[in-house]
Design a binder for this molecule. Structure first.
Ligand SMILES: [Zn+2]
Ligand SMILES: [Zn+2]
Ligand SMILES: [Zn+2]
Ligand SMILES: [Zn+2]
Length: 440
């Protein structure tokens, strides 16, 4: 027990040794040199060997020898004595770095300062005791300027950590003693390594199980996404299918309705034709004469009127008229007003007809007119725009007639050029020219 205590104390002493800015102990340097050899390096203030020596150069004591002072001692003295010179009290002390003395002091051969301190201590302690405690020895002997490097690296008084520090052993000792520590604590170190190994193994197992759990979670999520995607896909397909079916159904319904209304219109048209032909065949002139009277007069044309036609659109009655004054006019029968006038013909207008073709196929209110200018023109009087023009006759076109079949798709025209022409209103093409007439 005594030995351990002794070692501990030496250890504490060694760590507290500092090799800083203070001057060097004279007794220590005296281990290697006689007094007279080092007398000239003595610090003026502390009487030890000057560390980083400065030289006093005041003119007041120019002739004086031995004015070296350690840099640290000089600073402290000036600070504590209000900048008064350390040689003799006066202001404006002058000093400079002594490179020569620095070189000489640095080259002094010394023993390890820690070894010196320990020897000093043990010689004091063991004075009178028989048994010497076990101590470390540093055999360093070298230049003073190299001592710092020695203390920081190779000096056995340096404290080093146990090799098993990473495993948890916090023991520190002189490098000299580390071997003993390792031998004495083999079991402890082995246990520390085993413990760390086991705890690492546990950690690995824990992480392993976490990774497996994450994998399972991931798989489940993936499955769920797959299911969701499938459901969504099915839903979309069903939706698309039902949408398409709906559209097809509604289109079919519309188609049926349209076919029905076309049939109805065709039937009505036929009925009208039949009725008018019946009427004309059973026309009773006397009856007509006895009940007839002038209902309305439409004025506007400025030359004789060559042709008129009558029709109803949207429950309103209209009359159109063509005249030698080269115009075609439309009249609203119900309120006796001219509502449009068309003046694109360049000569007198011979014949006008409301176009059943445009009405039944496009719901358009169109008038077809023929003229001395050799043309047949189509005119949308509701929007007041001219549609197609049939040109082919070489003289005036006196009469035009729509076909009673195909909802008025075909038009025939008679002309002063002694021909009759058949036109397809839908394609605006001349289908046939009937030659045979020998006069107008
Ligand atoms: Zn000093
Ligand atoms: Zn001075
Ligand atoms: Zn040493
Ligand atoms: Zn250890």
């Amino acid at each position: 027990m005594k030995q351990i205590n002794e070692e501990d104390e030496v250890k504490i002493e060694a760590t507290s040794l500092s090799f800083g800015h203070s001057c060097f102990k004279k007794d220590w340097v005296l281990q290697s040199y006689p007094q007279e050899h080092i007398q000239c390096y003595t610090c003026l203030v502390c009487k030890q060997i000057a560390n980083n020596p400065m030289e006093i150069g005041c003119p007041q004591h120019e002739s004086m020898n031995g004015t070296l002072i350690g840099e640290n001692c000089l600073k402290l003295f000036l600070k504590n004595h209000n900048n008064s010179c350390p040689v003799q009290p006066h202001d404006n002390c002058q000093y400079s770095r002594s490179n020569f003395a620095r070189g000489r002091i640095g080259d002094l051969i010394v023993m390890c300062i820690r070894q010196f301190e320990q020897e000093l201590k043990t010689s004091n302690k063991t004075k009178g005791e028989e048994k010497m405690p076990r101590v470390i020895k540093c055999a360093f002997k070298g230049k003073l300027k190299d001592l710092n490097t020695h203390l920081m690296n190779k000096c056995p008084f340096n404290l080093i950590s146990c090799w098993f520090k990473p495993f948890g052993c916090n023991h520190e000792c002189f490098s000299y003693n580390l071997h003993d520590h390792l031998i004495a604590n083999m079991k402890l170190h082995f246990d520390l390594v085993t413990q760390l190994f086991q705890s690492m193994q546990q950690e690995i197992q824990l992480k392993d199980s976490r990774i497996k759990q994450m994998e399972r979670d991931y798989q489940q999520k993936l499955l769920k996404y797959h299911r969701d995607i499938k459901i969504k896909k099915d839903f979309n397909n069903n939706n698309n299918l039902s949408n398409h079916e709906k559209i097809i159904k509604s289109l079919k319904e519309k188609n049926t309705k349209l076919t029905q209304s076309i049939q109805k219109l065709k039937y009505q048209y036929k009925e009208e034709i039949n009725r008018s032909s019946t009427l004309s065949s059973a026309f009773n002139f006397d009856l007509f004469h006895s009940s007839s009277k002038l209902l309305k007069t439409f004025t506007g044309h400025i030359k004789w009127v060559s042709s008129i036609d009558y029709s109803t659109f949207d429950d309103r009655q209209f009359i159109c008229s063509g005249s030698e004054d080269e115009t075609v006019r439309v009249w609203d029968v119900d309120n006796s007003k001219q509502i449009q006038s068309f003046n694109k013909h360049s000569d007198e207008v011979y014949c006008v007809k409301f176009s059943p073709y445009h009405y039944y196929n496009y719901c358009k209110n169109v008038i077809c007119s023929s003229s001395e200018d050799s043309t047949i023109r189509f005119w949308d009087f509701k929007n007041n725009e001219q549609l197609q023009i049939f040109e082919g006759h070489t003289h005036g076109v006196c009469g035009i007639q729509y076909s009673f079949f195909s909802a008025g798709r075909y038009l025939c025209s008679g002309s002063g050029d002694k021909t009759i022409r058949l036109w397809d209103v839908e394609t605006s093409k001349s289908l046939h020219v009937f030659n045979g007439h020998t006069n107008t």
